[in-house]
Write a protein that binds this ligand. Structure first.
Ligand SMILES: [Fe+2]
Length: 125
């Protein structure tokens, strides 16, 4: 007998933990992308720095919310947060080197991917 109330409940808990983990990591990666772009944009495209900072602040807030939701659900951050950190930073640097259009293309790709991902999660049984 499963003490957690049946395998269905257990599967749901596992799914929620995975969602929290991947969402938290994704938000962290986005923070790093925008952070690197801000570093570069301060020198190359200072006019877009305020918009990037606002986007980064949003991601910091999202990341914090996912992190705060973890303990009550026995979820933990991804084990390879360093990968998300480095990957996000490198992606942010490279896209900023590609020019301001590349920054916005990257932002659009990140945001549309996140939204599609969240919609997929919301439609899980
Ligand atoms: Fe976000």
């Amino acid at each position: 007998m499963n003490p957690s109330g049946g395998s269905g409940m257990r599967d749901r808990d596992v799914t929620i933990r995975r969602i929290l983990k991947v969402n938290h990591a994704g938000e962290f990666g986005a923070i790093r992308i925008y952070g690197a772009q801000i570093l570069m944009a301060r020198r190359l495209f200072p006019d877009i720095v305020p918009a990037l900072e606002e986007m980064r602040e949003d991601e910091i807030s999202h990341c914090r919310l996912f992190r705060e939701a973890m303990p009550a659900r026995s979820a933990r951050p991804c084990r390879v947060m360093a990968f998300w950190s480095l990957g996000g930073f490198v992606l942010g640097m490279l896209t900023a080197l590609g020019g301001r259009d590349m920054i916005w293309i990257c932002a659009e790709a990140v945001e549309s991917t996140v939204h599609r991902h969240l919609e997929d999660q919301l439609s899980l049984p």
